[in-house]
Design a protein around this ligand. Sequence first.
Ligand SMILES: Cc1ncc(COP(=O)(O)O)c(C=O)c1O
Length: 494
Amino acid sequence: MSGSQTPASLARLLGHWNLGASPAYRELADVVRLLVLDGRVPLDVALPSERSLAATLGISRTTVTAAYALLREQGFLSSGQGSRGRTCIPRRGAPGTTPEGGAELSGAPGLALPDGLLDLAYASLPASGEVVHRAFAAALTELPALLPGFGYDALGVAPLREAIAARYSAAGVPTTMHQILVTSGAQHALNIILRTLGGRSAKVLVEHPSYPNALDAIRAAGCRLVPVPMPPPPVGKAGWDIDAVEAALRQQRPAMAYVVPDFHNPTGRLMPDAQRRRLVRAAAASGTVLVVDETLRELNLDCAPSTPLAAFSPAVVSIGSLSKSHWAGLRTGWIRAGEPLIQRFAAARTTMDLGGPVVEQLAAAHLVNALTEPLPARLAFLRDNRDTVLELIAGDLPTWQTERPDGGLSVWCRLPAPLSTALTVIAPDFGIRLAAGPRFGIGGAFEHYLRVPFTLPPEQLETAVLSLRSAQDRLNSSPQLRRELNRAPAVAIA
Ligand SMILES: Cc1ncc(COP(=O)(O)O)c(C=O)c1O
């Protein structure tokens, strides 16, 4: 059982929720619903009491009562004990999935969906099971040698740091284990870097769109985002607008730049080497620390390999992870940087945790050493799935424009109208869960876009694309519903 959401934290997530476009209770319910669908308000947490939320938001208790009643009716809030319902996702076909106003949002007739929602919000793969299992078996045999130690190690266990360093060296970036800090995934790595280098009001350049959890982490650190637009794809191979990046670095002189040059999330683009060189040079000139997130680097579907950005300058800070190459459940990532910076990161880390779990790290060392083992099968699956999803979208959603990704796990689609939030809100009624385009941007941008992962098995992908079409048809047939649902984007990225 999870905890509860405090009035203050919910108010923070709600941001400027009250746009005055329709009754306040409905706006409040819509935004809470989006937060639940986005995962920013977790499932199975108790929402604040009506009285406390009303006091914190400075609105009447009647408004909160009506909003909670609507959420209950729509299946996003359990009845629970007392007045404090817990967040949930509506079961398809369960009573209460009919929104008020009589708009029936049932799924398309005839679609044989499995129980539960098909998840198009996450772009992640299941574990390469057998390889992971073998790594843990090996780790257990090595564990006794480490048991006499204290078990605390802010930098990470030596075999894993050595394995990661060897991998960089093999990729043309000579690295020692003293330049590696092991983390609990890439997101943890970014938070450590922000804690060390960010500082309140520090400017951080980001690609626009970018990875939503990174944007959230940068905001949560109190930093100011400096977004640089990724150019729209004339032919699907637009790369980065490196002139714009250089100009932003020169004019804004941000403390940090967070970039995802290898199969950028969400566009799937790969930054060409010539642009990499210019980026590193421009960051050096503006005194900006270049933080390079290489989480998706191994998921190269069909490009010539690129040069790691760290090969161009020792000042580059790189983030890596096993989440996409092996399994997100391993929660293992790392930072590569100069040794003095690694020591600072280790010191900052101890304000959050005192090191990673030892068995996981020993297993991860085996996985890093045997990195190539599970990859061919994973890449073959992803290549086929990318082609499948592009074909399905072209056939079922012909007005959507797609960009063929060089790698990664998802396709970034341009919709024919600013429908992304509205689609996301009604998606569970059609058996799917989506992440709205504005989650990938700042200030409500990307309402015209939707990220569609191609990680589900092909038959589920087919069902999911049909569901997308049904949801879009539903919105197209009811302009009023579309208007009502589509006024929340600014709030969705509070
Ligand atoms: C660009 C990027 N960075 C970081 C992460 C999170 O990685 P981890 O699971 O290692 O925290 C993801 C996950 O999708 C990602 O796409």
